[in-house]
Design a protein around this ligand. Sequence first.
Ligand code: GLU
Length: 557
Amino acid sequence: MISDLTPTQFNDLAEILFPDVKEGVDAYEAKFPERNIDGAPVTRFCPSPTGVMHIGGVFAALISDRIAHAHPKGVFYLRIEDTDQGRKIEEAYDGIYSAMRSFDVQVNEGIDGKGSYGPYVQSERLDIYRAFTKELVRLGHAYPCFSTPEELDEIRKKQEALKLRPGYYGTWAVGRKNSFADITKNISEKKPYVIRLLSRGSDKNQRKYNDLIKGEITVTENDQDSVLIKSDGFPTYHLAHVVDDHLMKTTLVLRGDEWVSSLPLHLELFAAFGWSVPSYAHIAPILKQDGVGRRKLSKRKDPEAAVSYYVDQGYPTDAVIEYLLNIANSDFEPWRAANLILPNSKFPLRLEKMSKSGALFDLKKLDDVSKNIVGRMSADEVYQHVRVWSQTRDTELHDLFGKDEVYTRAVLNIERGGTTTRKDIGKWNDVREAVGYFFDDVYADLKSKLDIATTLPASVTVEQCKALLSEYAGVYDANLDKVTWFEKLKEFAGAHGFAKDTKEFKADPSKFKGSVGDIAMLLRLALTTKTKTPDLHETMKVMGVDRVSARLKGFIA
Ligand code: GLU
């Protein structure tokens, strides 16, 4: 005997518990009709606004977006799950919306007033949950439970002592045994209560289901009388998401794999309502290498776990998206190499190719992906991005870039548009380091910090260097093409006791002070204060004769 209550008593109880619920479930079903989308997938992202957004959230949203939109009529919506009033944080709502916008996730509903299956915020759907819970009571699938925290604690202690499974199930679910008279008396005495599922399941039964990421999984049937409506009147995640996924016509639930263990409860709820069950794909957490082991990327320990990190560092959206696609499906990289100009939305993402145990997140790899993406951008695109990013994050750089737009764009255009890809910028936060020296104030500052004597090639002394640089300043001709310029540089090297190329130098090092490479290095160092920069010939051209001359002559005071 599951419960002593008769169907009529359940029916009466539904009215006593929910006298305010006027609209029946049929009315809600009518408000949320089937979608006319030719069987396309309907996916969703359902974050709880409990803190800063984790990059794993963008990952889950991206996967859901791409799976839905693999079909021309697919729908991907955003639903905010804020039924845990104790844990919600007001700023987190905007954090979720702005993450969806910054990362260009294609959200069809639930943002910017879009969608007709709303409200898309659970705290605005309380009437719906009450109506459906009333229906569950009426059907004899739920009941009010008056067990106090002390009584629940007592049950737990007894179970522990007997080495039994903890929980509110079977004979331990004492609230099931309340008579109709007891229940109505408690209600009239205004005793606090929760509404629990009246579980029909048994822990002796196993069930198989096919997870679209993890494959076939065997789970034990639910037998817990889980709480559906808490004493504050808010639903639990379990009830709310089942009702919403049904009404919003979700076909595929993509969510974190911490929910696998509650799946049996969710399956029981769908069955209690008599609804069809969506497909499931449980995503393993994003992992980070930590010494020899791997652990979850943690908001507490890893700055890169927070979505804001990528915005603050100035990673281009596409870089983050492509990196996430890369950890979702390892064949993204070869696909990208073979399809350089296609938008990444054309990549055929496959759930079954996702990691079952957790994809490894690696910032270095993200930087590589990002450098390639920035390398393929035009100078104008880079310029615009840096202007926007630096406005609030590096005002000095912002001013620098605003001073001489033509010069700045020329600086950014070095090694762009040709056959090689410029790879010194992966995020806008790299820009100051990568091109700052082109600007005279930054250059002066860098030079004042440079220990020239220890940075020069061993083949030259500071004195020799000074003479070489000022002599070269006199012969530098900005009108020469690259090949001729280099020929002249070799001649210059030869005339000063340096080998014209490395082969010549290696054949008999004793004959030379060094090679033309050393001369190029001196120029590079004097002009940029760096030992590694983009193409020297282009750099000098962009700097212009006057700046080149001034820097070469003034490098050593
Ligand atoms: N609100 C749940 C969470 O943040 C969502 C799980 C789901 O997508 O159903 O984990």
